[in-house]
Ligand binder design. Structure first.
Ligand SMILES: Cc1cc2nc3c(=O)[nH]c(=O)nc-3n(C[C@H](O)[C@H](O)[C@H](O)COP(=O)(O)OP(=O)(O)OC[C@H]3O[C@@H](n4cnc5c(N)ncnc54)[C@H](O)[C@@H]3O)c2cc1C
Length: 812
């Protein structure tokens, strides 16, 4: 009976903490249970007394404000005040920019899966679909990437003109301003399709539609600026670029030294109020051909012309026509042999009217916030789309190649080693497509997903890097010899470029994802940081006391959840669905609790030093990111009506994500600065040790099976991968040879059987074997013809380019 009492008591204490009841109810319930136990008289008195003492101490601290403040909150505040990270103005603006979205649920320890599943599934409108099927298709046919990269080093004039005529640069500009008014999904899909044909063309096309003057004008421009510039941008009369990065300020772009001084000067024969602007920028995409230049600079107003009462007004953005006297553009950088436009721009003491500030004078000093908000939109679209394009192309082409390329008398897809590489390409392609659609879906729901976009940018570019490396390994020499026949080399060169732009990846992983994620998604942290930075007052103390006590309750609740869910291996957690994916919802909820718990312990125990402990922040960010990626996969599966063809892919992706979360936890806790605490935390999170494993060989084998043969699934996953109609195009050839291979399957098996039995020699070429089969009557005439056709196209597929001696001309 006594044991029963203790079990009931523990159940109430931990059960109520698990479901996060308010602290007053928690103590109330425990009090009632203790009274009942005391009345029943079954519990040994010393134990009962101990429970009462503990209870009264906790209840007093939790509910008696003055006592708590004196002995708990004030000492804690004094300790934390020294530890809390100090946040500069630019950091604060960056952290507060954009919205938090699904990441907040993942960070909370109890994601509302029904909310995820009821989010609208992204769909192209009829008009958008028509544009992709027609204008984008035509554009892709006009592009010859080899010529663009090696001979023109630019898009041909007719392509530039077509892009302008068909308003490719005005995709996201509303129709009222003459643009196409398309969704983020349409923009992303356009980038995917063009990038599978020519990455240089895709970059030239996506930049005006993403972070740049168009997006900034739409959100912050004055009516006059919108009316003047947006129609010009939509028609392609103006080509925009945006210049933030300078030689000294790269990742730390907030530290730019480019400056503008508010002053009076001459413009079009009149003396007006303006800015004397000096800048030195580099790496600027489209700068060499831009007609309108967006510039970020620090604005100073020493003579207080703008009546803002301070000299340094902060980062400000303006638009300057490149024809304006003093603007220097034209030189180019050469980003890893790609041919998109990228270069420096400079200007010294260039006088511009004050009205050229984006959004007018009222937006002077607001530039950093404006940039950060728009960054989350562009970052959700451009590089995720580019990465998905690389993955789709690699998936389709490598699967096909592995199925038709033979070594050791069998298709190379049959070798387990090759299968391992293929499986990784297959799974990661499914992940990138899911993540692309999930993230653009947020933008189309009018969210500016600041953390989700950082996760998508970082992980998708990294996944594309892995996919391309695996694809190169499978194609081997075929992918190394460059020339028009090489399908992968450009993607291989382009991936490091996409890794560097829009926030270089090391910084994004180590500083941004968790740094911004924790502060924005945590229910109390941002309020605490803001309160700590205020001068001491009674009001501050009262607010901090209230928030800190809730924070402690939240921490205890997450600890209880984490431990209980670990102890029961997540099996008792609610899942919003039944069937084979139910387990994954449960395990992801379990890991969401682990993230919430470990984040809080890290923040509370390391305080401000967490900002410097980037590897801790990176690993917590990895857990958040993997939860996000796995959610995207479940959403993609659901949006496609949960086809059985996808099940193994869903398994592969989520098992990989869970495994990576576990690795991140292990590395975090092994390297936790307080060693003993790391061990205890590990035991709480994983009471039985290892819980998750990488997808096994069998699962790998199954997903490769659907990758190497034509199927509806393969077509859906690689949707929008451009396949030329030209029979001499290397992508088209590989498609045709794979289809032929499938058509001749029975004949192929008969032919192979004759080789196995020794009727046909193993030591002859394929062509000689066909001749022998014909002579010996192994094949009839029609079969011989079919095999000869197959052989002739196969030879073309495995061929690589040859050049003349000085490499100036392709011979074949
Ligand atoms: C092809 C291309 C196109 C571009 N287009 C534009 C454009 O149109 N407009 C524009 O304004 N800019 C553009 N950029 C600039 C781009 O955004 C910057 O290159 C990028 O922000 C990184 O700056 P950096 O190259 O100077 O690297 P650095 O700042 O020198 O960084 C070097 C390394 O240190 C890491 N690092 C830096 N700080 C930290 C930290 N706190 N924690 C961890 N790691 C850190 C970085 O991740 C990186 O790996 C472009 C760049 C390229 C290459």
């Amino acid at each position: 009976m006594a044991v029963f009492d203790v079990v009931i008591l523990l159940f109430v204490v931990f059960g109520l903490a698990y479901i996060r009841v308010p602290i007053i109810l928690w103590t109330g319930f425990i009090g009632v249970v203790l009274v009942l136990i005391s009345l029943s008289g079954t519990l040994f008195f010393p134990f009962l007394a101990l429970f009462w003492i503990l209870f009264l101490a906790v209840a007093a601290f939790a509910n008696l404000k003055q006592l708590r403040q004196k002995y708990f909150t004030i000492p804690l505040i004094e300790k934390l005040q020294k530890q809390m990270p100090s946040i500069s103005e630019t950091e604060r603006e960056a952290i507060e920019a954009g919205n938090v979205w699904w990441e907040k649920d993942l960070f909370s320890g109890r994601p509302h899966w029904k909310k995820l599943l009821s989010m609208p599934s992204p769909k192209l409108s009829e008009e958008e679909q028509h544009f992709i099927d027609n204008q984008v298709e035509t554009l892709c046919h006009m592009l010859n990437d080899w010529e663009i990269l090696n001979n023109n080093h630019n898009l041909p004039d007719d392509v530039w003109q077509y892009l302008k005529n068909e308003k490719f640069f005005g995709l996201v500009i509303p129709k009222e301003y003459g643009g196409r008014g398309f969704s983020a999904l349409a923009h992303s899909t356009m980038v995917v399709k063009i990038a599978t044909r020519s990455i240089s063309a895709a970059v030239n096309t996506m930049v005006p539609n993403s972070l740049g003057p168009g997006e900034l004008l739409l959100h912050y421009g004055t009516d006059e600026q919108k009316k003047y510039y947006l129609p010009r941008l939509a028609r392609g009369d103006d080509i925009p670029c945006f210049a933030l990065t300078s030689p000294e300020a790269g990742s730390d772009a907030g530290s730019i030294i480019d400056k503008g001084i508010v002053c009076r000067g001459q413009y079009e024969g009149k003396e007006i109020l303006g800015i004397r602007l000096t800048w030195d920028k580099r790496y600027i995409t489209l700068a060499p051909v831009a007609t309108v230049l967006g510039i970020a600079f620090r604005l100073y107003d020493p003579d207080n012309f703008l009546n803002k009462g301070k000299e340094d007004l902060g980062i400000t953005l303006c638009l300057v026509p490149t024809s304006h006297p003093g603007v220097e553009i034209g030189n180019r950088h050469y980003p890893l042999h790609l041919a998109f436009m990228n270069g420096p721009t400079r200007g010294k003491d260039v006088f511009i009217p004050i009205e050229w500030i984006i959004g007018g004078v009222s937006n002077a000093g607001q530039g950093w916030k404006m940039l950060m908000e728009c960054l989350s939109i562009g970052r959700s679209i451009s590089l995720p789309a580019l990465s998905t394009a690389c993955a789709k192309l690699a998936f389709r082409m490598t699967g096909a190649y592995a199925q038709i390329r033979r070594q050791f008398n069998t298709e190379i897809a049959n070798f387990e080693g090759v299968e391992e590489a293929l499986g990784n390409i297959a799974g990661l392609t499914y992940l990138t497509e899911s993540c692309r659609l999930f993230t653009v879906g947020a933008v189309d729901q009018n969210v500016k997903p600041s953390i989700a976009s950082a996760i998508a940018k970082y992980h998708m570019t990294e996944m594309a890097r892995k996919v391309i490396m695996h694809a190169m390994d499978v194609h081997a020499g075929h992918s190394i010899q460059i020339g028009p026949r090489n399908i992968l080399a450009t993607a291989h060169m382009a991936i490091p470029v996409s890794i560097t732009v829009e926030g270089a990846n090391i910084l994004t992983r180590n500083l941004i994802i968790f740094g911004q994620g924790a502060i924005r998604c945590h229910p109390y942290l941002l309020q605490e940081i803001k309160l700590f930075s205020k001068p001491d007052s009674d009001e501050k103390m009262r607010s901090l006391d209230r928030i800190l006590i809730s924070h402690v309750g939240y921490l205890i609740s997450n600890m209880v959840r984490t431990f209980w869910r670990g102890l029961t291996a997540g099996t008792l957690i609610f899942s919003p669905v039944r069937g084979p994916t139910a387990r994954y919802y449960r395990q992801l909820s379990r890991m969401s609790s682990v993230l919430a718990f470990l984040s809080d312990v890290s923040i509370l125990s390391l305080g401000g030093s967490l900002k410097r402990k980037e590897r801790i922040s990176a690993r917590l960010g990895d857990i958040l990111s993997q939860l996000y990626l796995a959610s995207a996969v479940l959403k993609y599966f659901k949006d496609n009506d949960q086809p059985t063809s996808d099940l193994n892919y869903v398994r592969w992706c989520i098992e990989m994500s869970l495994y990576k979360m576990q690795v991140a936890c292990n590395e975090l806790l092994q390297n936790f600065p307080i060693k003993w605490m790391g061990k205890i935390l590990h035991w709480i999170a994983f009471p039985y040790g290892t819980s998750y494993y990488k997808p096994n060989d069998d699962l790998h084998h199954k997903i490769v099976g659907t990758m190497i043969n034509p199927s509806q699934f393969r077509d859906r996953l690689t949707d929008f991968c451009f396949i030329s109609k030209d029979p001499n195009d290397p992508v088209r050839r590989l498609e045709v040879v794979l289809e032929q291979r499938e058509e001749i399957e029975p004949l192929w098996n008969k032919f192979q059987e004759a080789i196995r039995k020794g009727i046909l020699s193993r030591h002859a070429s394929f062509a000689e074997q066909i001749d022998a089969a014909d002579k010996l009557g192994v094949l009839n005439n029609a079969e011989t013809r079919a095999l000869r056709d197959f052989n002739s196209i196969l030879k073309e597929v495995i061929k690589v380019n040859e050049f003349n001696f000085d490499l100036s001309a392709v011979i074949c």
